[in-house]
Design a protein around this ligand. Structure first.
Ligand code: DP6
Length: 360
């Protein structure tokens, strides 16, 4: 599929009004997307577990206007309250996707959105939020063009979500999603995420992710800013090559279920991501002292018990603890006994690998 394939050539039906709701999950990257080119094209391919419990639920109401508007006409509610401070981000998203969703200015839109995870948890809601909104817009497009195939619907939803937030394109389907052109992955694309197309070992199908909320405050440096600092970064090229190589290695791991190799690649990716931040100009650190305490505790625990538990990080201080379902009981006991003390207000979220977004 090429970019032009996402530009509609006209609509078959006229739709006056309606309402649609989607719930869309967050995701956690194993190989990280960090650095991008024009138009939200990733500098390297990435792969993620789709999550199950951390979700955004978005309802889109649409009413056709008598005459097409000059500007986008929408209202936004977050957890029932009008949220005008989110509007610039959505306006920017609409501007980026207008070419692919030219119906936007024909409608008055009301967007109602809520998250299943606590508001100020430090968990980014852009992946689940942008993917849920993209899916709602695709449902409207499907009413205008009922012949759209399921495959096109999902690819375009991912394509649109990417233009809202890169990682959001990995939140449409489950369970393992790859985004970005990668030589050894057939069908991989910079334009949208695809379901990982090769064999996946049983152990990964029920993998657990317990998210330790180390710091619930606002991040000092946004992801978008961090991505931009990869332009002219002294280690950028080596980092992008490393991501390609790690994806290659993960292909074998996904097939064999080799957990020591999985742990090695995933932790190295997390630390490389933060190493990029620490060596940007300007440099910055998003980990907190408790992030490091937790990492050291996990290493100690793994060393002494042999339980295959590891961590990953996204662009923040929170720690995602990853482990196979068969070790759930003991790892949760370890988390309660030894790690909760490092979480802000003792808070953590139990999640696991999920199957993707759902229409409600
Ligand atoms: C560290 O998708 O939030 O979580 O495209 O600018 O919206 P934008 O960035 P975003 O970046 C996510 C970065 C990451 C790694 C990852 O999810 O792959």
């Amino acid at each position: 599929m090429r970019e032009q394939d996402f530009i509609p050539v006209g609509y078959k039906k006229s739709v006056q009004s309606g309402k649609v709701t989607w719930q869309s999950p967050s995701n956690i990257a194993l190989v990280k997307y960090w650095g991008k080119k024009e138009n939200q094209i990733p500098a390297n391919p990435s792969v993620s577990f789709t999550l199950k419990n951390c979700k955004t639920i978005t309802t889109l109401e649409f009413q056709k206007k008598e005459t097409r508007g000059e500007d986008f006409d929408f209202e936004l509610f977050f957890e029932g309250n009008k949220k005008d401070d989110f509007k610039p981000k959505i306006t920017k998203f609409f501007e980026r996707i207008e070419k692919y969703s030219p119906f936007l200015k024909d409608y008055k839109l009301i967007i109602q959105t809520e998250n299943t995870f606590p508001h100020s948890s430090g968990i980014a809601s852009s992946a689940s939020g942008m993917s849920a909104l993209a899916l709602c817009l695709m449902s409207l497009e499907k009413q205008l063009n009922p012949e759209l195939t399921e495959d096109y619907f999902l690819k375009k939803a991912s394509f649109l979500a990417r233009l809202g937030s890169g990682s959001a394109c990995r939140s449409i389907e489950g369970e393992l999603i790859e985004w970005g052109k990668h030589e050894s992955t057939a069908g991989s694309s910079d334009l949208f995420g695809i379901k990982y197309p090769y064999k996946v070992h049983e152990v990964f199908k029920t993998y657990q992710d317990t998210i330790l909320l180390v710091d619930k405050g606002q991040k000092q440096v946004s992801s978008t800013l961090g991505h931009n600092l990869m332009h002219g970064h002294p280690f950028a090229e080596a980092r992008f090559e490393q991501a390609h190589a790690n994806l290659e290695k993960l292909q074998v791991v996904f097939e064999t279920g080799n957990l020591p190799d999985f742990i090695n690649i995933v932790e190295s990716e997390a630390l490389s991501l933060h190493a990029m931040m620490m060596s940007s100009e300007p440099y910055f650190i998003l980990m907190k002292p408790n992030t490091l305490e937790i990492i050291n505790k996990i290493w100690q625990y793994r060393e002494t018990t042999g339980v295959p538990v590891c961590f990953t990080l996204d662009a923040g201080a929170n720690v995602h603890v990853l482990y196979p379902e068969e070790h759930k009981e003991e790892v949760l006991a370890f988390i309660k006994n030894e790690l909760v003390a490092y979480c802000e207000k003792g808070q953590y979220i139990c999640d696991s690998i999920g199957k993707g977004a759902e229409k409600l």
